[in-house]
Design a protein around this ligand. Sequence first.
Ligand code: CUA
Length: 340
Amino acid sequence: MATRTRAAFVALVVAATLVLAGCGNSSSPDMLDPKGSEAKHIAGVWWLMFGLAAGVYLIVGGLIVHAILRGRRRARSEDASVDAPDSPRFDDRMITYGGVVVPLVILFVLAVVTVRTTDAVRKPAANALRIDVVGKRWWWAVTYPAIPFTTANDIHLPAGRPIEIRLTSDNVIHSFWVPQLAGKVDTIPGQTNVLRFSAQKPGTYRGECAEFCGIQHAHMGFVVVVQTEGDFQRWVAEHQKPPLEPASELADEGQIAFQTLPCAGCHTVAGTSAQGDLGPALTDLGERPYLGAGAATNTPSQLSQWIRDAPSLKPGVLMPRITMTDAQARAIVAYLESLD
Ligand code: CUA
């Protein structure tokens, strides 16, 4: 018995260590560290549910331990009156309150809080900034109709202003989730769902696709860059200006190679003849932290590998291997890195 108790204790410690190790990873987005008004509401509901569940667990666990100890005391004692069983009336009352009344009260409280929270996080705001997001295979197309400007996997927005993200998909169902800023909302083909929130603190927040959507579901991430209103206005102004000519001879060669190889057939670079819409727009590729929706980091060497052999970094990606010379690859990397 003692061996079994020790084994159970060791298993409990190992499980708790693994669970807590998951909480300490600062790079993973934590919905319990909310930085948006809607995310705060949702975290509040989570803590309430956790508190109630923990309370029920402790009470039930305590009753089980009490029953075991009482049974042992009775078994050891000759005197049948020691720790005699409680009366049937007491048992009936425990079943009525513990099994019916208390669960009903808990479920009622949770239902009211959930409905009120859902209502609060959906409330439209008059001066909201609208952003259109389309779930692709496996990346996110992001359009600002008011600028107008289209990018991918990299969403800039101002802190403090209400945001309205209109979500849809042109393939399967995905789910758009930035745990620190708002709840998750599915992107569904043929339907537009709206996510409303406002971010409270400038910073970079990671988002993920939260609905299994195929082989590269795990690499369908994005970043949300929350800026001060002033920084955001500067970002908008930069993307309203006509694009600059490539700054170096190498980048200039890269633009020509980009337009002669198949690249321009699938990708858009605003203000140039590259106007493909199968792949992500690359107009600001130079300022994005990741390639392939989080499959690789945006460094010259990873970008070089990506443009020549994207499937080696992201198996299943729709972008095929592209044959090019080393000189063409170097020039295209210089061109793409110059786009911001
Ligand atoms: Cu898109 Cu999972």
